[in-house]
Design a protein around this ligand. Structure first.
Ligand SMILES: [Cu+2]
Length: 152
């Protein structure tokens, strides 16, 4: 899906105007964002975060992008007939007063074609577009995953 220029501009304005609180967009907050460090040359990386909606109405995330990657999608990992699969999720709704965790084995960010090699300690900028056109800017650290759970 193409992103309209007015949506991109609104995200940049948010960045410029509110650098200190860019991870809060009205009722929507992003917590614990991180990108899993991947072996050199990896074409895809996985990212995780928690979306918290403290508002009284649902919020829908409909698009993800990052200047650090050629493309980004929200995926859902699940097991079908004993086979682990990932499906792209077009819209992710965070119900009012609720939160949705993106974590290994469930929803996650799939980040394709990194424009540079990313290492633990780097920071990646993510743009989360709401269905109403608002854009939320998130800075996510790249972390080495010492967990035994290596699922996307
Ligand atoms: Cu995936």
């Amino acid at each position: 899906m193409r992103v309209g220029m007015h949506i991109i501009l609104s995200c940049l304005l948010l960045t410029a105007a509110l650098p200190a609180v860019a991870e809060t967009d009205g009722p929507l907050q992003v917590e614990n964002a991180w990108i899993r460090e991947a072996p050199p040359g990896s074409a895809t990386l996985a990212g995780y975060l928690t979306l918290v909606n403290r508002g009284a109405t649902p919020v829908t995330i409909s698009e993800i992008s990052s200047p650090e990657f050629g493309a980004a999608e929200i995926h859902l990992s699940r097991v079908e007939n004993g086979v682990a699969k990932m499906i792209a999720v077009g819209n992710l709704e965070i119900p009012a007063g609720s939160s949705v965790m993106l974590q290994p084995g469930g929803y996650h960010l799939m980040l394709f074609r990194p424009v540079r090699e990313l290492h633990a300690g780097d920071t990646v900028t993510l743009h989360l577009y709401r269905a109403d056109g608002a854009c939320l800017l998130v800075n996510a650290p790249v972390l080495r995953n010492n967990d035994t759970d290596q699922r996307p």
